[in-house]
Design a binder for this molecule. Structure first.
Ligand SMILES: Cc1ncc(COP(=O)(O)O)c(C=O)c1O
Length: 385
């Protein structure tokens, strides 16, 4: 069996996608029409639905969260010689996007409440070349975005938020994506709203969204479907092909229609797991500070130390229960160590948290038996210690 697709080996996978007949019917309709599989009406429709949902003026969909991040940095004109503040406790593309535009990532430590960039550390991390900050919303909950935005504004920094994991979460009623200068989302297979692969940018700036739409499609003014339009197109600048297909956008529309239902199912499952796991003294279950809504893209517990964390991880793997460490800090990857040789003592909270975290299985249709199997296996681990 192909190890890459060995889901069947797991009694409990890390995640499972929630899908229904609406997904199948919408995609089938697009396939059967036999036209406009690229740049079809679903692109605008999905974009309008995303911006309405988040509560912003504009949205652009792309083929991944990474291209959404890359396109955003290009659209804001960030590049050569610029320094951009990023967390190291994130997926590697947060920092890679900075390298894509020849800018320099400068890592800032996180705080322990939301595991996002610590707003109090921004000021001291700024140099005369610092132009922007990319805060990340970890695992389905916002970082301290209002405080970060305020500090950034005081220091003339752009805020391009990496909300890849957190579409649907909110702080004090404001959805992730509605506060920063621009925010990106990912629709990759393990996200709460997924289209397999895909991404989006949301912003209130018309200028930025227009630039992003040019960048994602060869610098071409795609006002009409290029493939159906007999006249020649205008190319206004350098661009890529980072477009999302109409079929993918159709799936996105149908997934967005049920996003609130999916979130509720995840929250109920997370609450059940937390009600039981919080009784174990060595486990810190995920919690949301007052005013924050957690949508549990990941259900990540914290253990007292790396030894306990790694032993539990091994114990669960042996029992065919999928758990995973999100994240090993970006600055500790061999690529970043070779390129920058970053001093490990610079990010003490990032180092500490990354040794404590373990993400456990959680998905909308998790059965009562599956949740109990997870909890009881973890109890068994602590009894065996
Ligand atoms: C925090 C974060 N940023 C960026 C990305 C990149 O998104 P994508 O995989 O869609 O390119 C991801 C997705 O895994 C992510 O978790």
């Amino acid at each position: 069996m192909n190890q890459k697709n060995s889901e069947k080996l797991w009694k409990l996978p890390l995640y499972k996608i929630y899908t229904d007949d609406e997904d199948v019917n919408l995609i089938t309709k697009i396939i059967k029409r036999g036209s406009n599989w690229a740049i079809g009406p679903e692109i605008d429709e999905f974009e309008n639905a995303i911006s309405d949902y988040v509560g912003v003026d504009y949205s652009a969909v792309l083929n991944s969260g990474t291209s959404a991040l890359h396109a955003s940095l290009l659209a804001f004109g960030l590049g050569d010689g610029d320094e951009i503040l990023v967390p190291s406790f994130s997926f590697i593309s947060t920092a890679n996007s900075v390298l894509f535009v020849n800018a320099t990532p400068s890592f800032v430590d996180i705080e322990e409440e939301t595991l996002g960039i610590d707003p109090k550390l921004i000021e001291q991390s700024i140099s005369s070349n610092t132009k922007a900050i990319i805060p990340m919303d970890y695992g389905g909950m916002s970082c301290q975005i209002s405080e970060i935005k305020e500090n950034a504004e005081n220091n003339n920094l752009l805020v391009i938020e990496d909300g890849a994991e957190s579409l649907g979460s909110s702080v004090k009623g404001k959805k992730v994506g509605s506060i920063s200068d621009a925010t990106i989302f990912s629709f990759c297979g393990n996200k709460v709203l997924t289209t397999g692969e895909g991404g989006a940018v949301v912003t209130n700036s018309r200028e930025i969204i227009e630039k992003i739409k040019l960048i994602r499609s060869h610098g071409r003014l795609d006002q009409k479907n290029y493939f159906n339009n007999p006249s020649s197109a205008q190319y206004l600048g350098l661009g890529y092909n980072w477009r999302m297909s109409s079929i993918t956008a159709g799936l996105g529309i149908s997934q967005l229609n049920k996003l609130e239902k999916i979130i509720k199912m995840r929250q109920e499952n997370a609450e059940y797991l937390s009600s039981r796991l919080s009784k174990l003294p060595k486990i810190k279950v995920p919690t949301a500070p007052a005013g924050y809504e957690h949508i549990y893209q990941m259900y990540t517990i914290r253990l007292p130390d790396k030894t306990t964390r790694d032993s539990l991880h091994d114990f669960l793997t042996e029992r065919q229960i999928f758990s995973k460490v999100y994240f090993t800090p970006i600055h500790n990857t061999s690529f970043y160590q070779q390129k920058f040789g970053i001093n490990k003592n610079l990010l003490p909270i990032t180092e500490k948290i990354s040794q404590q975290v373990l993400t456990l299985p959680l998905y909308p249709n998790m059965t009562a038996e599956e949740k109990d199997l997870l909890v009881e296996t973890i109890c068994e681990f602590f009894e065996s210690q």
